[in-house]
Every structure is written in structure tokens, then in C-alpha cells.
Write a new protein. Structure first.
Length: 334
């Protein structure tokens, strides 16, 4: 009984004391310095080009996450012109934004410029296609993993068939293309029964991809699979397969950012059998989070280096209607 009375007395004192503390909140000591660290800072964005799902999605995602904190943005669109891109990066170094987000056209062109930018105190974040210089952060797909997973799917689909496959590469000098090809080679080394009848570069161009695929199918009507390197380009690949009346017979595997029009609708139509998505909205959020941390940490540019490889989402007919697997660019830009 004494114990019960003691507990009751203690509980009563606690309840009685509670209102005195409920009237006063605690000031979180770090949020104000976080806001000050971001307010007015400039983030410059240099894609390979705008006006397609990947670059538009990253841009929209960065702005949505950072503009509410007073971050300002500069867009420099080279429109697929590598020299114009290099000039844009050079100009930005002299303007000294806090951060440059860059989508490299190849592994060499911007490498020395990005190193110079970090020596000037500018954080450099490379997205999806990295250069030979590893900057403060890389956010993007693991292309070797994509090459392996796409090729594994094609090899499986070819079992009991001709074992003839084709590879439709992107731009040969681009990291995304070179690393994906390595992933393809890793799998093919384990499957000597597979015969590659064509491996050509379509330079990220849907028209070139279509023309290459049309020729390959005429020469190899018993082709059983195609490994493509980007769904924006492989819309042409799938169109050539459809025109040849081979949809569902030639397994088409590709990869992309997971936008509904470029990925999920193509899978639903049968143009693609597998689209490995690296999920642009997630990549944009990862970049924005990295920028928030860098600006608020005060760490000197170039003194830390890290990578954030995107968790891949395989898009097939089983999940092509899923909002988790697919996103709409129009919704994301609101």
C-alpha cells in the first residue's frame, strides 16, 4: 500500500508540474544558421541539354527543394554542344556560384574545368554522367549494374532461341555508354552461347537507333534480344522492332529516368520489355539534400568526395501502372 501511495504521489506531482513546461518551447539552435547558409546562394546547372525528361526533372526537383530556402538558380543550356558547355562552365568559374551541378557529355571535356572550379571554392556535383575527375559529389546510376541487369534479362529471354542479340550504344565517349558496355561484357563473358551480331553507337539519337535496328533486323530476322542504353533513344529501337512485326519476339531492354511517357507507357505498349529506371525525382532529392548539407556544413570545396548511386527500379508490365515506378514530368514541374 505504501508503494502504491508513493507512485500515486509521484504521478500527481508529474501531472501538476506538466503545464508549467508546456507553455515554453525550446529553440532549435541550428535551424537559423542552416537558413542563413542557404539564403541567397547560387546553384548553377549545366545539363547536356534541356527539353527532355532527365534534365527537366532534375532542374524542377532542385528548384522545388531549394528555392523555398532562398537559393537562386542559373541555367546554362549548351543544347548538346560540348564546346558551348565548356564555355558555360568556364564562365561560371569566374562568376563563382556556390554550387555547379553538371551533366557531363563525356569523361574528359569538363574534367580539368571541374577541378579548377573546386580549387576556386565552388562545390561541384556531377549527375549521372561523370567525368574523369571525381568532384565533391556524384549522384547517379551505376551504369555497370544497369548493363549487367539488362543483359541478364536479354540472355534469359533468349534461352531456347537463336541466342543472337544486338547492342545499341549511346555516345561512345560518354561515361554512361562506356560503363554500361562494361556491364554488358561482364554478363556476356559468362554466356559464350550468346552471339552479338551488332554493337553500334546511336549517339543518344532515336532516329539513329531506329535506322541501326532496322538494318540489324533485316540481316538477322531471328534476333532474340536487344540491349539499348537509354530509353529516350530506344524509342527508335522499339519502333523498328514493331515495324518489323517482332514486338514480343525480340526482347528489348533499356534504361532511363522512369518518366511515364518515356518509360512506363513504352513498357505498357510492348515497345520495351524491361526499362531499368534510375528514378529522376529521387536523384533530384539526393542532389538537393547534398547541396543543403554542403552549404550548411561549411566544408571547403574539394576536401570531401563521395558518391550516391541510385537504387534501380526495374519497370516491366507488372508495375508499369505504378506511381512508385513512374512519374509525370508535368506533375513534377508544378
Amino acid at each position: 500500500m505504501n508503494t502504491i501511495m508513493k507512485w500515486g504521489l509521484a504521478l500527481g506531482l508529474t501531472i501538476a508540474a506538466a503545464p508549467a513546461f508546456a507553455d515554453k518551447g525550446l529553440n532549435e539552435p541550428f535551424q537559423e544558421q542552416f537558413r542563413k547558409a542557404l539564403a541567397g546562394k547560387v546553384v548553377a546547372y549545366v545539363p547536356v541539354a534541356m527539353n527532355f525528361d532527365l534534365t527537366e526533372g532534375w532542374w524542377a526537383g532542385l528548384k522545388r527543394e531549394l528555392e523555398p530556402y532562398g537559393v537562386k538558380f542559373e541555367l546554362r543550356d549548351p543544347n548538346w554542344n560540348t564546346n558551348a558547355g565548356a564555355q558555360a562552365v568556364t564562365s561560371l568559374i569566374s562568376e563563382k556560384p556556390a554550387v555547379i551541378v553538371v551533366h557531363n557529355p563525356d569523361v574528359q571535356t569538363y574534367a580539368k574545368l571541374l577541378m579548377r572550379a573546386e580549387k576556386e571554392g565552388i562545390y561541384v556535383i556531377q549527375i549521372n554522367m561523370g567525368s574523369a575527375y571525381r568532384s565533391t559529389a556524384f549522384v547517379g546510376a551505376n551504369w555497370i549494374e544497369i548493363g549487367e541487369k539488362d543483359t541478364e534479362a536479354v540472355v534469359k529471354a533468349c534461352a531456347g532461341k537463336s541466342n543472337k542479340i544486338a547492342i545499341v550504344q549511346g555516345a561512345l565517349s560518354a561515361a554512361a555508354s562506356a560503363y554500361t558496355l562494361k556491364g554488358v561484357e561482364n554478363v556476356l563473358a559468362q554466356h559464350p552461347e550468346i552471339k552479338v551480331v551488332s554493337s553500334q553507337a546511336a549517339d543518344w539519337d532515336a532516329a539513329k537507333a531506329k535506322a541501326i535496328t532496322q538494318t540489324v533486323l533485316k540481316q538477322n530476322p531471328d534476333l532474340c534480344g536487344i540491349v539499348g542504353f537509354w530509353d529516350g533513344m530506344d524509342i527508335g529501337t522499339g519502333a523498328a522492332v514493331k515495324e518489323a512485326g517482332l514486338t514480343g519476339k525480340v526482347f528489348v531492354a533499356t534504361s532511363g529516368g522512369g518518366e511515364r511517357k518515356g518509360a512506363c507507357d513504352q513498357v505498357k505498349s510492348g515497345a520495351f520489355d524491361l526499362d531499368m529506371s534510375y528514378d529522376v525525382p529521387t536523384q533530384a532529392a539526393q542532389m538537393a539534400g547534398t547541396i543543403k548539407w554542403l552549404l550548411s556544413s561549411g566544408v571547403r570545396a574539394g576536401t570531401v568526395k563521395g558518391s550516391e548511386y541510385t537504387t534501380l527500379i526495374p519497370i516491366t508490365k507488372a508495375n508499369a501502372d505504378s506511381q512508385i515506378a513512374c512519374w509525370n514530368l508535368s506533375d513534377f514541374k508544378k
